[in-house]
Write a protein that binds this ligand. Structure first.
Ligand SMILES: O=C(O)CCC(=O)C(=O)O
Ligand SMILES: [Fe+2]
Length: 265
């Protein structure tokens, strides 16, 4: 990726990476090199087994400390994570201070993550670095845009908000959309895309990226040229990812309320 330093203001810097019709969704293909991807994977799988928490449909590592409704009981990020989070922070200019929390999710080919909204403890901006198998991430308008403030007791480790029961409050201008997340890409979404939408990944081995806002038919485009993708139709029919390997994602966020003294390291 070319350097995107030296321009004032993240909005300006990141404008060229906006995809789709929601202007707060940005996608950067090949944000890291294959060697950087390998190094991250090596560090992730060198972590002690006890670092993994197994959930029903994926497993995860939590780095940076424990997130509570009231803030972060902070722990230093390890240097191998700081390298990449500082780069994202400095280059995107979208975070008000350095990223201090990273969730690493591992998904097997038939695993995904339910549609959810990230919790209120975080700044409403998230950067997701993808490694391994490509997947499609779906965004749907929050079923209840007027009451996104409810607290989440169910999974403080994840700080995920499950949607409240659907109510017909969706302004028609908010349309669902999908993104194709290729390995080594960086997705950043914020503000309206963060608070007004739920995001999720289907727990199926085949993902259709026909409707992905960052995939076109052009063979030179990111989507068309990389591995793991096939075109099932004779002439531009269904575009399908058949997931054969695991996907690992790094969800990088900032918790502004930090309690530094509560956890000694
Ligand atoms: O794996 C991903 O790309 C999404 C993860 C996510 O949404 C989360 O950790 O809140
Ligand atoms: Fe999320």
């Amino acid at each position: 990726m070319e350097k995107i330093l030296g321009v004032e203001g993240g909005e300006e810097v990141m404008r060229k990476y906006v995809v789709g019709s929601v202007p707060t969704v940005m996608y950067i293909p090949e944000y890291i090199s294959p060697a950087e991807e390998d190094l991250l994977l090596k560090n992730i799988y060198q972590a002690p087994l006890s670092k993994w928490k197994t959930l029903k449909n994926r497993k995860l590592q939590n780095w940076g400390g424990v997130v509570h409704e009231k803030g972060l009981l902070a722990q230093q990020l390890p240097s191998w994570l700081k390298t990449v989070t500082n780069r994202i922070y400095e280059e995107s200019k979208l975070f008000p201070s350095a990223i201090n929390h990273v969730l690493i999710n591992e998904y097997l080919p038939d695993q995904g993550i339910m549609p959810h909204q990230d919790g209120p403890a975080y700044m409403p901006v998230v950067a997701i670095l993808s490694l391994g198998s490509p997947v499609v991430m779906d965004f749907v308008p929050h079923p209840n845009l007027e009451s996104t403030e409810q607290s989440s007791e169910n999974d403080t480790q994840d700080m995920i908000h499950e949607p409240s029961p659907p109510e017909p409050k969706i302004p028609s201008k908010y349309l669902p959309f999908s993104l194709l997340l290729m390995p080594r890409s960086l997705l950043i979404f914020k503000d309206m895309a963060y608070s007004g939408y739920l995001h999720g990944i289907k727990d199926s081995e085949d993902h259709c990226y026909d409707e992905a806002v960052n995939a076109t038919n052009g063979p030179s485009h990111d989507a068309g040229t990389l591995t793991g993708l096939k075109n099932d139709g004779e002439d531009g029919g269904d575009k399908v990812i058949h997931r054969t390997t695991r996907r690992i994602s790094l969800t990088c966020r900032l918790v502004t309320k930090v309690h530094k003294h509560l956890i000694k390291i």
